[in-house]
Design a protein around this ligand. Structure first.
Ligand code: AMP
Length: 398
């Protein structure tokens, strides 16, 4: 059980606090095209403002290699100021912690908010270099709050290095929620616990499958990765996505599930087509009936029913990866069906891993029907692999 110190457990009155946010927002011609991440950061910032902290925000944006004003956080400061209804001083230093940042930090009054420049202006950021970590900590009164889950699987100065030079290292509300659900609910689930895995490749989810097989009652496999499992069971899959190198692994997992008494479900029918194209004619192929020139791009209706039945009495569900090529509307039905089933589950904890399944749930308008939608792609996958995330580990235990 992860039990980390949060912003509810620290005293920031009159103290300078560095808060690592995820302001990695999409920009077009210097304008923010989607401010979801800024809005998501507000609860933690408002809490620290209300507590009388002197708040210094930081984040990366994109992947500049050194100072590059196309990646400046200046537009974020402006938007944040509108959303908070108060001034957010922007300290524009190419070295991130420079003259402007130091002067602005020294001038902060209780409840004031400032933002420093893109942490990736400093090349040591991603190498967790000591000098930049110390610079960041030097702006504060020894208090650091990490609210950036998207980078929690990386050891950078602004989420891990800085903690070595601060006395108090807590997590913000966004991080806390990720820890509560992707970390703790998955490790200590209410049962039945069902995992739904999809997406393109078995190879990218090996450790997730392995880790979840030790925890779940039922493991549902759909999407492109299902064909490697189907082939491992001796079924022809035509031109469907197949990772021949992973057939033995798939067999091993099927055996491991049997040994552990885990119900492992794979598709019983498939929507097949001859071309990777939304408008190509398609048909439903039952197992064993996929022809050599056909490829499966979605789960079929009998599979939707099989998976829905398996989910019906679930008390905890974790879902990562679409059931088909959901970017093409004609092959999105399986993914939509799973999203609908999850949205309709009463009294269950539904956890959506980041990336494509989160995008699907958001697009379909089911976001408010899920218990938790992770904001981190890579980070949420590593959490599901059972790995310790450096950004989480660096926070103080309660
Ligand atoms: P991942 O990043 O591994 O979660 O994979 C997501 C991608 O898997 C999406 O872009 C889907 O289009 C793709 N995908 C899902 N099902 C299939 C399939 N049957 N054949 C090919 N690609 C698929």
């Amino acid at each position: 059980m992860l039990n980390k110190k949060s912003v509810d457990d620290i005293n920031v009155q009159g103290k300078k606090v560095l808060v690592r946010c995820d302001f990695n927002v999409p920009l077009k011609d210097g304008k923010i095209t989607d401010d979801t991440r800024i809005v998501a950061a507000l609860p933690t910032i408002k809490k620290l403002v209300a507590d009388g902290g002197r708040i210094i925000l930081c984040s990366h944006l994109g992947k500049p290699k050194g100072p590059n004003h196309d990646f400046s956080l200046a537009p974020v400061a402006a938007r944040l100021s509108e959303l908070l209804g108060k001034d957010v001083v922007f300290a524009a230093d190419d070295e991130v912690v420079g003259e402007n940042a130091r002067a602005a930090a020294a001038n902060l009054k209780d409840g004031d908010v400032m933002l420093i420049e893109n942490t990736r202006y400093r090349s040591e950021e991603s190498k967790c270099g000591e000098a930049f970590s110390k610079d960041l900590a030097s702006l504060t009164d020894g208090i650091f709050v990490n609210d950036a889950f998207g980078t929690a699987h990386r050891s950078h100065c602004s989420n891990v290095g800085v903690t070595k030079f601060c006395d108090t290292n807590a997590v913000g509300y966004l991080m806390q929620k990720e820890i509560d659900f992707l970390g703790n609910a998955v490790n200590d689930p209410q049962r039945p616990f069902v995992a739904v895995l999809g997406g393109s490749k078995v190879s990218s989810k090996i450790s997730v499958i392995q880790n979840l097989l030790d925890k779940v009652d039922t493991l549902i496999i759909g999407g492109g990765m299902a064909y490697t499992f189907m082939k491992a069971l001796g079924q022809e899959v035509g031109k469907s996505l197949l990772e021949a190198d992973y057939l033995d692994y798939a067999k091993e997992m099927i055996e491991k599930a049997q040994e552990k008494g885990v119900k492992l479900l794979i598709p019983v029918d498939t929507v097949v087509t001859k071309e990777f194209n939304n408008d190509a004619p398609s048909r439903i192929a039952e197992n064993g009936d996929i022809q050599a020139d056909e490829m499966g791009l979605d789960i079929g209706p009998a599979t939707c029913k099989l998976f829905a039945d398996a989910l019906a009495d679930a008390k905890t569900v974790v879902w990562n990866g679409p059931m088909g090529v959901f970017e093409m509307p004609n092959f999105a039905k399986g993914t939509i069906a799973i999203a609908e089933v999850l949205a309709g589950l009463d009294g269950a904890t539904t956890i959506i891993g980041g990336g494509d399944s989160a995008a699907a749930v958001n697009q379909l308008g089911y976001a408010d029907k899920m218990t938790h939608i992770s904001t981190g792609g890579g980070a949420s996958l590593e959490f599901l692999e059972g790995k310790e995330l450096p950004g989480v580990a660096a926070a103080d235990d309660k």
